[in-house]
Design a protein around this ligand. Structure first.
Ligand SMILES: [Mg+2]
Length: 326
């Protein structure tokens, strides 16, 4: 292995601070060794972040790329109602990439792992010709048989969404339109703010780990998914897997400041949670400071529809994310 790669691995090894009882062996051996707690099972997700597809080096500072890359996986863990146990990171880096970029990528990545208290337990580093590629695996744990699936919604369930939607896509459109990069993250005071601005939600989205775990623990979700592709697409996934349809009320969709209904319905990368549950479930209006909003209901008839309750429901086509990338 070239000297640079060995050096990066040593740096990462020194910087991983979290120790966990589940991780018996971490970076440094051929494999990591995990021992789940008694009565738990593991959930595993993998996510690829490709330069040019998921981020651009001229738009996204390295710290944001690291943050977003781990958040994508963590958001999937949250959507199962699980808690993260360990992450793995494989990087392909162009030879001319400044070391500072790598350091700042790791700052962003490890800040997320530290905040949610799980270790980076292994990975790989290699050279690429031109683009940065970051591939992650996140492993989570959930009590046996309790993972919240996409497939368990029942007709007549109430559909809820966390937070507000459309902010990330609104920022993306702004990035596409302007020539000079947006640099809200250059402001060091940003760190101390507790509420996220629209730009923060794009550059530093907060995965809804606590909310997902709360819903699972209180058995408040029949079926759940994280909103990575966009509400219209992701609601379609829950409906397909559960063999139900859905009607959502356009007046109830929580639209982020600076976004509009179109972006809230089809914009991607909000990393909020969407879940369906019994009309008898007592769902709080807020969980850990995150608003939870009722937006519709599931039906026996298949298909996803939207209505303002004044006119006939319209079919809601899945136009999430891809639509905005063009
Ligand atoms: Mg997902």
């Amino acid at each position: 292995m070239p000297a640079r790669e060995t050096e990066i691995i040593e740096t990462i090894r020194r910087r991983v601070r979290v120790r966990s009882r589940e991780l018996r062996v971490g970076i440094g051996d051929d494999c990591a060794v995990l021992r789940p707690k008694r009565g738990e099972e593991l959930v595993i997700t993998t996510d690829l972040s490709l330069e040019g597809t998921h981020f651009r080096r001229e738009w996204h500072p390295a710290r944001s790329v690291g943050h977003r890359c781990l958040t994508r996986g963590l958001s999937d863990i949250a959507a199962m109602g699980a808690l993260p146990v360990a992450a793995f990171l494989s990087l392909a880096l162009p030879t001319d990439l400044p070391q500072q970029w790598v350091d700042e990528f790791l700052d962003g990545f490890l800040a997320v792992a530290d905040r949610y208290d799980f270790p980076l337990a292994g990975g790989d580093i290699s050279q690429s010709r031109q683009d940065v590629i970051a591939d992650i695996i996140v492993i989570g744990a959930v009590p046996r048989g309790k993972a919240v699936l996409r497939s368990k919604a029942k007709p007549g369930d109430v559909i809820y969404v966390t937070g507000a939607l459309g902010a990330s896509a609104a920022t993306l459109i702004k990035l596409q339109k302007q020539r000079v990069p947006l640099l809200p993250f250059a402001n060091p005071r940003l760190k101390r703010r507790t509420t996220q601005t629209r730009e923060d939600r794009h550059f530093f989205p907060e995965p809804r780990v606590e909310v997902g775990e709360f819903l699972r623990r209180k058995e408040l979700g029949h079926a759940m998914i994280d909103l990575s592709d966009g509400l219209s697409t992701d609601l379609g996934h829950i409906c397909d897997e559960s063999r139900v349809g859905a009607v959502i009320n356009s007046n109830l969709i929580p639209v982020s400041a600076g976004a509009d209904l179109e972006l809230a319905l089809h914009g991607g990368e909000d990393y909020e949670l969407l879940f369906a549950t019994s009309p008898r479930a007592k769902v709080p209006v807020e969980i850990g400071g995150v608003p939870v909003t009722e937006i519709g209901w599931t039906t026996r008839e298949r298909g996803v529809f939207i209505t303002d309750l004044r006119s006939k429901p319209q079919r809601l086509e899945p136009r999430g994310w891809e639509h905005f990338r063009k």
